[in-house]
Design a protein around this ligand. Structure first.
Ligand SMILES: CCCCC/C=C\CCCC/C=C/C(=O)SCCNC(=O)CCNC(=O)[C@H](O)C(C)(C)COP(=O)(O)OP(=O)(O)OC[C@H]1O[C@@H](n2cnc3c(N)ncnc32)[C@H](O)[C@@H]1OP(=O)(O)O
Length: 248
């Protein structure tokens, strides 16, 4: 039926390393150019994790040129996903913090597994970093200004039930039905003529995407100088240590 399934596979936690981001963007571009493909189901092959978000090791202890290169690729992936002409449905089969949530928010419809261990949200403030304006814009577009304001400040990671209530996801289903539900949602969306759906999607999303396009370079510079600060590097160090200690 012209539907591709993209499975994120970067063990152990599907963090979005530079290599992973680049491969993702290239795969998406190929699908976009394949006229037989009208929809993509985005999911994960890592058990219990949709995506741990941006790779913290790409943002810690590197040089400014690396940060700039990394951020350019984060922007690129976001622009491609958010403005895709294809129907994107996410089958969220695991934890989905920060950049993981961003991937899901880019989709036209989000189905999440009903497992309270899985959480989703933009939790950047908990790491001592700040979600950039275009993450924020997409959050506001999805859940409204008040909910986004609160969730961004608190770095809220929502359980599936909470995510459904606030509108971060569109549907919560038993874990073993995430994929079949995503497929049935896709079937419904495929019934809409592409040209009218695409023009409508473009009308809804263009201003948000253009907001980044017109200041991409400044956004890269902002990110690079922010992430290079000693205080921010210290916060990231502490967060990475906390992740390690959780194990021991
Ligand atoms: C004012 C101007 C502003 C301009 C812009 C400025 C700032 C930039 C903002 C940047 C936006 C950032 C977005 C992000 O996405 S940041 C990443 C946020 N992600 C997280 O907080 C998730 C952290 N990870 C977890 O919570 C858990 O790992 C888990 C995903 C729930 C999975 O848990 P579990 O199965 O128990 O696995 P472990 O915790 O044991 O992790 C396994 C190993 O993976 C490493 N890990 C985890 N997450 C990441 C990550 N995101 N990046 C890199 N590595 C990660 C973890 O440390 C473990 O490594 P180890 O085996 O070597 O110990």
């Amino acid at each position: 039926m012209g539907v591709a399934v993209m499975k994120l596979r970067n063990p152990p936690v599907n963090s979005l390393s530079l290599e992973c981001l680049t491969e993702f963007t290239i795969s998406l571009e190929k699908l976009e150019n394949d006229k037989s493909i009208r929809g993509v189901i985005l999911t994960s092959e890592c058990p219990g994790i949709f995506s741990a978000g941006l790779d913290l090791l790409e943002m810690y202890g590197r040089n400014p040129a690396h940060y700039a290169e990394y951020w350019k690729n984060v922007q690129e992936l976001w622009l491609r996903l958010y403005t895709s002409n294809m129907i994107l449905v996410s089958a969220i089969n695991g934890a989905s913090p920060a950049g993981g949530c961003l991937l899901a928010l880019c989709c036209d419809y989000r189905v999440m597994a009903d497992n309270p261990k899985y959480t989703i949200g933009l939790n950047e403030s908990l790491l001592g970093i700040v979600a950039p304006f275009w993450f924020k814009d997409m959050y506001v577009n999805t859940i409204g200004h008040r909910e986004a304001e609160r969730a961004l400040q608190l770095g809220t990671l929502f359980s599936p039930a909470e995510a459904l209530k606030v509108g971060v996801v569109d549907e919560v289903v038993p874990e073993d039905q995430v994929h079949s539900k995503a497929r049935s949602v896709m079937t419904k969306w495929l019934a809409i003529p592409d040209h009218s759906r695409q023009l409508t999607k473009n009308m809804m999303r263009k201003a948000t995407a253009d907001n980044l396009i017109k200041q991409r370079e400044a956004d890269i510079q902002n990110f690079t100088s922010f992430i290079s600060k000693d205080s921010i590097q210290k916060s990231l160090h502490m967060y990475l240590e906390k992740l390690k200690q959780k194990k021991g």
